[in-house]
Design a binder for this molecule. Structure first.
Ligand code: NAD
Length: 470
C-alpha cells in the first residue's frame, strides 16, 4: 500500500509517523505559523496560491494517475474533473481575496462603525475518499486565503494526492507550518485533531454519523464547525421534460465515479405517463457504460474504493431482492482484471478488483430502507409518481437534504418544485454545474453550514465591530 510510505508534512518538512498521536509532532509549529501567515498581505497569499495552482496543473497527469490508483475512479474523470477542479479551487480563492470589500457607517456625525475581519486561527480540515484532492483543496484554499493555518487529515483510503500536494506547496514557497498534513485513520488522527485545544475551527466532509460525532466533540469547546455530510438525492422527472437530456444526464448523475459522489441522484422519481419509456431508455443507455480498468481512458465506471464498501453495496442490493425489489439492470459484482500496483509500482500480477455493475432497482416503495439509506455506490431506485404533491412528499421524505434535480420544460412548475424541496442545492434541467460563488451545503442530516466564496470567508474568519467616536 502507498499509504504506509507517506510521511506527515509538518512545518514544511516530511516526517515519518512515529506514533499514533500525530498531534504532538506538529503542535509547536502551528502557533508560530499562524501568527506569521495571518498577517501576510492578501496579495502575497494570492501569489503563492496561484503558484500552487500552476504547479498542480503542470503535474496534472501525475496527480490524476495517483488519484485514479488510490480511489479506483476512471483516469478520465481524474484528468477532466478531480484535478482541474483542485487547480480551480486555488485559483478561485487566490483571486477572490483580491476583491474583498468592507463597509463603514456613520451615526449622525457622532461615531463611525466598521467591521474588522480576522482569521479564526488553526483549522482542522478533514476530507473523505470519494473526491480526495477536489474536496481537500476546497477546504485548504479558502482557509489559507483568509489567513488561517491548517492541519489536514485526508481519508486513510486515499491519501496519495494530498501527499503530492505537500510537495507542490513546498515548491511554491508556502511558508512552513501554514498547511500541515497528517495521515492516519479517523478514530486516532481525526479525533485527536478535532479535540486538540489549539484547533479553533473544524471543516469536515464525510459521513453523517462521523459528522455527528465531530459536532459533539466540538460543542463543549465552542469550536466553529462546518459539516458537509451524506445524501440520498432525488431526481424528479416530469413527463414534459426534454426526454433525451433527462435520461442522458440521469445516467451520469447515477453512475459517475461509481455513484460515489455525494451529489449523485440515487432516488429517481418519474411521472407515471413516461415511466415505462424512461425505464427502457435508462436501461439501454446504462448498458453502454463500460465498467473497467480505471487506467483505461474509455472506462466509465472504475473500481469500488474498498472491499468493505463493495460488501455494503451488495448488502443493499440483496436486501432489495429479498424484499420484492426488481433488479432491472446489474446487481452484481463483476470481474475485471487489471494490473496491480504495490508501493506505487506496477507489478506483472493481474488481479480482480472490486467492481460492481451499474444497478437499477424498481418495485420498492419510497420508504423502503434501500430508498432511504445512503448506499454511495452505483445503485439507484426508480419509482413512479402521479402528482406534484406526491413527488414532493417522496423527495422530502428522507432524513437527508443535500441536493436534487428537477426535469421539466415548464419553468414555473420546475421553480415551484425547486422552492419546496428541502435541500441545499437544486438543479433544474442539469446536474452538478457548480459556481463557487454559490452557497454549498446541506440541510437536515446532510450537514451544517455553507461553503463557497463569501460563505467560506464567514466560516474561516471572525468579525469585530469597531465603533470610533468622531
Ligand atoms: P467518513 O465519515 O468515514 O470519513 C471522512 C473523514 O473523516 C476521513 O478522513 C476519516 O478518517 C475521518 N474520520 C472518521 N472518523 C472520525 C472521527 N471520529 N473524528 C474525526 N475524523 C474522523 O466518510 P467517508 O466514508 O470517507 O466518505 C463518504 C461519505 O462522505 C458519504 O456519506 C458521502 O455522502 C459524504 N460526502 C459528503 C460530501 C458533501 O459535500 N456533503 C462530499 C463528499 C462526500
Amino acid at each position: 500500500m502507498v499509504l504506509a510510505k507517506l510521511e506527515n508534512y509538518i512545518n514544511g518538512t516530511f516526517q515519518a509517523p512515529s506514533s499514533q498521536n500525530y498531534i504532538e509532532s506538529y503542535n509547536p509549529a502551528i502557533g508560530k505559523a499562524f501568527l506569521g501567515w495571518s498577517t501576510t498581505k492578501r496579495s502575497l497569499r494570492s501569489e503563492i496560491m496561484l503558484k500552487i495552482a500552476h504547479l498542480i496543473e503542470e503535474k496534472l497527469e501525475d496527480f490524476a494517475v495517483a488519484e485514479s490508483r488510490d480511489q479506483g475512479k476512471p483516469i478520465k474523470l481524474a484528468r477532466e474533473v478531480d484535478i482541474p477542479r483542485a487547480v480551480y479551487n486555488f485559483k478561485f480563492f487566490a483571486t477572490y481575496i483580491l476583491h474583498l470589500e468592507s463597509k463603514a457607517t456613520e451615526i449622525d456625525g457622532i461615531a463611525t462603525n466598521y467591521v474588522q475581519r480576522t482569521p479564526v486561527g488553526v483549522a482542522a480540515l478533514i476530507s473523505p475518499w470519494n473526491l480526495p484532492l477536489y474536496l481537500l483543496t476546497w477546504k485548504i484554499a479558502p482557509a489559507i486565503a483568509y489567513g488561517c493555518t491548517c492541519v489536514c487529515k485526508p481519508s486513510e483510503f486515499t491519501s496519495h494526492t494530498a501527499y503530492l500536494l505537500c510537495k507542490v506547496m513546498s515548491q511554491a514557497g508556502l511558508p512552513a507550518g501554514v498547511v500541515n498534513m497528517v495521515f492516519g485513520n479517523g478514530v486516532n488522527a481525526g479525533e485527536a485533531l478535532v479535540n486538540h485545544p489549539n484547533v479553533d475551527v473544524v471543516s469536515f466532509t464525510g459521513g453523517t454519523l462521523t459528522g455527528s460525532r465531530i459536532a459533539s466533540n466540538c460543542a463543549p469547546k465552542f469550536k466553529k464547525v462546518s459539516l458537509e455530510l451524506g445524501g440520498k438525492n432525488a431526481n424528479i422527472i416530469f413527463a414534459d421534460c426534454n426526454f433525451e437530456e433527462a435520461v442522458n444526464t440521469t445516467v451520469r448523475s447515477s453512475f459517475s465515479n461509481q455513484g460515489e459522489i455525494c451529489l449523485c441522484g440515487s432516488r429517481i422519481f418519474v411521472e407515471e405517463s413516461i415511466y415505462e419509456k424512461f425505464i427502457e431508455s435508462f436501461i439501454e443507455k446504462t448498458k453502454k457504460l463500460k465498467v473497467g480498468d480505471p487506467s483505461d481512458a474509455s472506462t466509465n465506471l472504475g473500481a469500488i474504493v474498498s472491499k468493505e464498501h463493495l460488501e455494503k453495496i451488495q448488502f443493499y442490493v440483496d436486501l432489495a431482492k429479498q424484499e420484492g425489489g426488481k433488479i432491472v439492470h446489474g446487481g452484481e459484482r463483476i470481474t475485471v482484471s487489471c494490473k496491480s500496483f504495490i508501493n506505487g509500482k506496477e507489478t506483472d500480477e493481474t488481479t480482480n478488483g472490486w467492481y460492481f455493475s451499474p444497478t437499477i432497482i424498481t418495485g420498492l416503495s419510497p420508504s423502503h430502507r434501500v430508498c432511504q439509506e445512503e448506499i454511495f455506490g452505483p445503485v439507484v431506485t426508480v419509482v413512479p409518481f402521479k402528482t406534484e404533491e406526491e413527488v414532493l412528499e417522496y423527495a422530502n421524505g428522507t432524513e437527508y437534504g443535500l441536493s436534487s434535480s428537477v426535469w421539466s420544460e415548464n419553468g414555473r412548475k420546475a421553480k415551484r418544485i425547486a422552492e419546496k424541496l428541502q435541500v441545499g442545492t437544486v438543479w433544474i434541467n442539469c446536474w452538478m454545474i457548480r459556481d463557487l460563488n454559490m452557497p454549498f451545503g446541506g440541510v437536515k442530516a446532510s450537514g451544517l453550514g455553507r461553503e463557497g466564496s463569501a460563505y467560506s470567508l464567514e466560516f474561516f474568519s471572525e468579525e469585530k465591530t469597531i465603533c470610533m467616536a468622531n
